[in-house]
Design a protein around this ligand. Structure first.
Ligand SMILES: N[C@@H](CCC(=O)N[C@@H](CS)C(=O)NCC(=O)O)C(=O)O
Length: 230
């Protein structure tokens, strides 16, 4: 049965990027419904798919599944061959730990650096609180790579790209576009993520979107013309 993923506009909807990129990299076919957020009628449109009034929502037959992490779990059960979680039990528990840590945390980074692919990447100084969260993210990434990331399987957190990487995909965008300094290990990981064809597909679609986040316009003196494909 065909799957449909309901997402927000690609420039801003960090939560939507997670299941979208996991499905693309895993080769799981789906149709896409894009709801521009923060527009008149957005809320009603999202509510028609989920009582939580949030995207993403996966539609699988007559079932609607929301919450990005729950969607990834559903996909992992539905497509075991996609190996969204690592095969090794210890690696798998740890992948769930770091995915949950991302799902529930890093509020300062999320607030100070909202995903915005139109933002030209350049250094933008951040608070100590944000930088402490970035240090924790770097620690998570390097620990996963050192303990579980087999280079022969790929350059991602647990080797091959999976659900844990998908949970951190928006962080890659935030760190890159806000020019936040990170060590060479984290940078290499970010480059590997941004080299995925699925990343390019999402980013190019985001750059072509017509919607601007009206309520943020005073803080975001951006026009589409200055968005750079880099
Ligand atoms: N915890 C949720 C968060 C989803 C979420 O906050 N989605 C945002 C877009 S990125 C949304 O739907 N916002 C619409 C609104 O708040 O009206 C998840 O993991 O899916």
């Amino acid at each position: 049965m065909a799957l449909t993923l309901v997402i927000g506009n690609k420039n801003y909807s960090s939560w939507s990027l997670r299941p979208w990129i996991a499905m693309k990299v895993a080769g799981i076919a789906f149709d896409e419904v894009v709801i521009p957020l923060y527009e008149p009628g957005s809320c009603e449109a999202v509510l028609s798919y989920s009582p939580a009034a949030k995207v993403p929502v996966l539609i699988d037959g007559d079932q609607h599944i929301w919450e990005s992490l729950a969607i990834l779990e559903h996909l992992a059960e539905r497509f075991p061959a996609a190996r969204l979680w690592p095969a090794d039990a210890r690696a798998r528990s740890h992948a769930r730990v770091v995915a949950a840590e991302m799902h529930a945390g890093f509020m300062a980074l999320r607030k100070a650096c909202p995903m915005n692919l139109w933002l030209p990447p350049r250094p933008r100084p951040q608070s100590g609180e944000v930088m402490a969260e970035v240090a924790r993210i770097e620690e998570i990434w390097s620990d996963c790579r050192a303990r579980f990331g087999g280079q022969q399987d790929g350059p991602f957190l647990f080797g091959a790209y999976g659900a844990a990487d998908a949970m951190y995909a928006p962080v890659v965008a935030r760190l890159h576009h806000f020019g936040i300094p990170v060590g060479s290990g984290a940078r290499a990981y970010m480059e590997a993520v941004m080299a995925l064809p699925a990343w390019t597909e999402w980013r190019d679609a985001a750059l072509d979107e017509p919607w601007i986040m009206r309520h943020n316009e005073p803080d975001w003196p951006l026009v589409r013309g200055i968005a750079q494909r880099q």
